[in-house]
Design a protein around this ligand. Structure first.
Ligand code: DX5
Ligand code: ZN
Length: 216
């Protein structure tokens, strides 16, 4: 299991320290939630924050683009140093072109799905992806509760991935904590994104360590 703390819930005045703390705790990826105030009702980070994260750590930085029409911004996030970028199927009109462009740029491409978006929307693009981000809350905010039906969706996607002999990873994002992480991993998650569960208690190193223990 890869733990990817979301800096959305971090103390941003101490961003580099927060990143180094989760890294000591065992995190192996940093997740940056990019929101435009249109696709989701919140505004957060742009490429400069991805660049700041890359300066603070050697861990891969993953950008989750919750924006309307992400295509014009892919190069800016690639240039900022993102190792992987996910775009939402609901907001990307030319999904294949976006995914192919990311791969040409040497960035791992992923597609994110809102809770109510059917898995069937992935059918054609699945073989071109390095990962699928299954949202386990409606995107926009940290500190929400995981929606239990999304775990069944995750199980079905895992089954499809295995049945089609694909090697892509499944990332799950939203409401994951030590109380449910074992179920999330059991349902097929390879990468778990954690915001509040990593940063809320004020000791991110210990929080990530505790999450890893709770998953085993
Ligand atoms: C929600 C974001 C998540 C969120 C996770 O829109 O995509 O990455 O920050 O935070 P928690 O773990 O608090 O739900
Ligand atoms: Zn996210």
């Amino acid at each position: 299991m890869i733990v990817a703390p979301s800096i959305l819930a971090a103390d941003l005045g101490r961003l580099a320290e927060e990143i180094r703390a989760v890294e000591r705790g065992g995190a192996s990826m940093i997740h940056v939630d990019v929101m435009d105030g249109r696709f989701v009702p919140n505004i957060t980070f742009g490429p400069v924050i991805v660049r700041a994260c890359c300066r603070a750590t050697a861990l891969p930085v993953d950008a989750h683009l919750m924006v309307e029409d992400a295509e014009p911004y892919l190069d800016a996030f690639a240039d900022a140093g993102a190792s992987s970028i996910s775009v939402h199927v609901e907001s990307t009109r030319h999904l294949q072109r976006a995914i192919a462009h990311l791969r040409e740029r040497g960035v791992s491409p992923g597609v994110a799905l809102n809770p109510a978006t059917p898995l069937a929307t992935l059918e054609e693009i699945l073989p071109e992806l390095d990962y699928v981000l299954v949202m386990s809350v409606n995107p926009g905010f940290s500190y929400q509760k995981l929606l239990p039906p999304t775990l069944d969706k995750l199980r079905r996607l895992k089954h499809t991935v295995l049945a089609r002999g694909l090697s892509l990873k499944l990332q799950v994002d939203g409401g994951i904590d030590p109380g449910n992480v074992k179920d999330v991993v059991g349902a097929g998650a390879d990468i778990v994104v954690v915001g509040a569960a990593a940063f809320a208690a004020g000791d991110p190193e210990q929080a990530v360590r505790g999450l890893i223990e709770a998953a085993s």
